[in-house]
Ligand binder design. Structure first.
Ligand code: UMP
Length: 161
């Protein structure tokens, strides 16, 4: 998948939000890291993969995909803050369970926060794409849902969110 156009869309959205909130000089790296961790929690909640105590079914795939692309927003953003991009490549399928893969992404996110290198950024990105594979999303699903949510994010800014 070509990520270039998504990086460009994210750059424009982040700039728009920064201007709207007078943040042009403030570094928001830590906040974006926490935002990604929070999105991961919201995503895990929709899958209910860890809720061994509940018989309630997971949310519909569409709802899970919406949460997933919120995470994509912050991952793109976290690369842009450090001027890193992600080159498309074949992703090795993960052998982990959903729960284990979630925890791997959490670890990769914190690792990158503490040591923001291109290598660790690639690892974070890859682990999140592997999670997407486990959840059953193909690249087209992700691109489409990302574009839709990106537009909604502009609307929310314009409505005083
Ligand atoms: O600088 C920012 C701030 C927010 N978002 C987007 C990512 C998610 O799609 C959404 C999360 O907003 P909440 O619903 O969690 O408030 O906002 C960005 O893309 N860039």
């Amino acid at each position: 998948m070509d990520w270039t156009s998504l990086f460009t869309m994210q750059k424009n959205l982040d700039k728009y939000i920064e201007t709207n909130h007078d943040l042009t000089t403030r570094n928001t790296f830590r906040e974006r890291c926490l935002a990604l961790l929070v999105e991961l929690g919201e995503l895990a909640n929709e899958t209910r993969c860890f809720k061994f105590w509940s018989k309630k079914p997971r949310s519909e795939k569409k709802v899970i995909l919406e949460e997933y692309v919120d995470g994509i927003h912050f991952i793109l953003s976290l690369g842009l803050e450090k001027n890193y991009y992600y080159e498309s490549k074949d992703i090795e399928q993960s052998s982990l369970s959903e729960t284990e893969q979630f925890m791997l992404v959490y670890e990769k996110c914190l690792h990158y926060k503490n040591d923001p290198t291109q290598q660790l950024y690639n690892e974070l990105f890859t682990s999140f794409l592997q999670l997407g594979q486990i959840l059953g999303f193909d690249e087209e699903d992700i691109q489409l849902a990302y574009r839709k949510k990106n537009e909604i994010n502009y609307e929310r800014q314009n409505q005083g969110y």
